[in-house]
Design a protein around this ligand. Structure first.
Ligand code: GDG
Length: 500
């Protein structure tokens, strides 16, 4: 039977050791897991190959076998990478070189021939792992910038295999891409695929411009690149496939008890009219376990935020005329969190009537915490939040509620439903799923989206308040306008975004 084999740097699940010596898996957070995880979960002929997150040098052979079995029983095929491989291929070439360069942060990009060497070796290791499991009639779908050499490595072994590759982040302009010493090798690696996908037409055009100039290849009018192999010729098709979300999943989760508890709690701490919701969090968590959800392992830590929010809801009285702004984002310099905070600060000083009336609920999920640039970003965001709270807080009101840990999906949906406005202003982003999740969780009801014109989502969600994320004044004004629009206008803008 022909199967779909998804390949990505990281598997969609992480392993946790339990007290009794056995293992459990939990869902990873992030755009890729959100976008593709539901397909893998619901299609039993679909396998996923990726890094296990486990260093084989720290485990015995028996442990590695047990860990492999646990992954395989969830249709995940683990690739084991040791610390030196992770340092060179993942932290090094992928995240220190390609990630900043592809997001137009060339000044952050490091060029180091030793990490490039490890990147090549690890792409080869993925090809070797897959050599024994791939059937010639399978379809292999490779994800992202970590595995740009893999299509050609697989093509060399399986001439007839159907191979697709999709880039989740932007593809930069040729001027920027040409700064990359190994750019030509990466393009040649991609030429092993049949289909190359990008979020937007703009990224396709950038890619094709680099193909023309670095590979000296003509591209036909349908965006197909001819590849000569001896006497035979194949074509690589390039096209835009804007990635979506599981709309129904977000709409359903937004109605769950956990989401509602979260929403009521946020409304309470912001001083909005609210009444207490009564829900048994333990029962909810147990139900999730029974249903076999991948987010089944709600820990006390995960739930403490909801409990706090609930008790706040119980204590607060009823005060009207209050509004909530929300953001959900990984703590990454491409997401523009300091810039969002400066715009919020400016709005409070320019429009003091919002002081005491608007609460900003910011969920900033930790990311790449072992990297110095990311630690510095966290310090900067911590400091800005502290400064703004120090500057404007009243006895009964705190302008920013700031959470820096990962929450389960249902409370995240609760944050979306609590937000009168979502502030989603990355400096550069391939798509940005948070914008779509916000609208899906609210299912076309009121709620306004302030959205960066530097992300793929802005090409689709054209009725949002579209802004230049670097322009503090413009973001401040858009936020102010978004907070002021009536529910009729908000519903009209959101109606376009609902699935037919
Ligand atoms: C890459 C591209 C592209 C965040 N915190 C929590 C949590 N999240 C979830 C969000 C959303 C996902 O993580 C983030 O998705 P984004 O699209 O915003 O960004 P990246 O992670 O950078 O993803 C991006 C994407 O790939 C898909 O192609 O859109 O441009 O950079 O789903 O909800 N989820 C939970 N708890 C959290 O604390 N459960």
């Amino acid at each position: 039977m022909a199967r779909l084999i998804i390949v990505s740097n990281r598997l969609p699940m992480s392993l946790h050791a339990k007290a009794d010596g056995t293992y459990a898996l939990s869902q990873n957070v992030g755009g890729l897991a959100t976008a593709i995880g539901p397909y893998h979960k619901s299609h039993h002929d679909c396998l996923w190959v990726g890094w296990s997150g486990i260093d084989p040098k720290t485990r015995s052979k028996e442990e590695i076998d047990k860990i492999s079995d646990e992954f395989v029983s969830n249709r995940c095929i683990p690739v084991f990478l040791d610390q030196a491989e992770i340092d060179g291929y993942y932290a090094g070439y992928s995240n220190d070189t390609l990630w900043p360069l592809f997001h137009d942060f060339a000044h952050e990009a490091k060029f180091d021939s030793s990490t490039w060497k490890v990147y090549q070796e690890v792409n080869q290791k993925f090809a070797d792992t897959m050599a024994d499991m791939v059937n010639p009639d399978d379809t292999v779908w490779i994800q992202d910038y970590h595995l740009m050499l893999l299509p050609a490595l697989l093509r060399a072994r399986f001439p007839k295999l159907k191979i697709g590759w999709f880039l989740h982040i932007p593809f930069p302009s040729p001027e920027i891409f040409h700064q990359l010493p190994n750019g030509k090798d990466l393009l040649e690696g991609l030429m092993g695929a049949d289909l190359l996908g990008f979020h937007t037409e703009d990224f396709c055009m950038n890619f094709l411009a680099s193909v023309r100039s670095l590979l000296h290849t003509e591209v036909d009018k349908d965006g197909r690149i001819p590849v000569q192999n001896g006497n035979s010729q194949r074509f690589v098709t390039v096209d835009a496939f804007p990635i979506g979300i599981d709309y129904g999943l977000y709409r359903r989760n937004a109605h769950s008890s956990l989401a509602q508890a979260m929403r009521h709690g946020i409304e309470a701490v912001s001083g909005k009219r609210t009444r207490r919701v009564s829900t048994s969090l333990t029962a909810e968590s147990e139900a999730a376990v029974e249903a076999g959800e991948t987010w089944s392992t709600y820990t006390e830590d995960d739930l403490s935020e909801v409990r706090l929010a609930q008790s706040a809801a119980a204590k607060r009285g009823t005060k009207g005329n209050k509004v909530v702004v929300v953001s959900v984002s990984r703590l990454d310099y491409t997401k523009g969190l300091p810039e969002r905070l400066r715009a919020f600060d400016l709005m409070l000083s320019r429009y003091p009537e919002w002081v005491g009336h608007v609460t900003y609920y910011l969920l900033a999920t930790p990311s790449r915490e072992d990297v110095e640039t990311y630690r510095q970003l966290k310090d900067q965001v911590d400091q800005l939040v502290g400064e703004i709270n120090g500057k404007y807080s009243l006895l009964s009101w705190t302008p920013i509620h700031y959470i820096t840990r990962s929450l389960p999906i249902k409370p995240v949906c609760g944050i979306y439903t609590a937000g009168d406005v979502a502030l989603v202003t990355p400096l550069r982003d391939g798509m940005n799923l948070v914008a779509k999740e916000y609208l899906a969780s609210r299912d076309g009801r009121d709620g306004a989206l302030v959205l960066s014109d530097e992300c793929g989502a802005a090409r689709e969600l054209t009725d949002a308040f579209i802004v230049n994320p670097y322009d503090t004044e413009a973001v401040c004004e858009a936020l102010h306008s978004a907070l002021e629009i009536g529910s009729g206008e908000a519903k009209r803008r959101n109606a376009e975004c609902r699935p037919a």
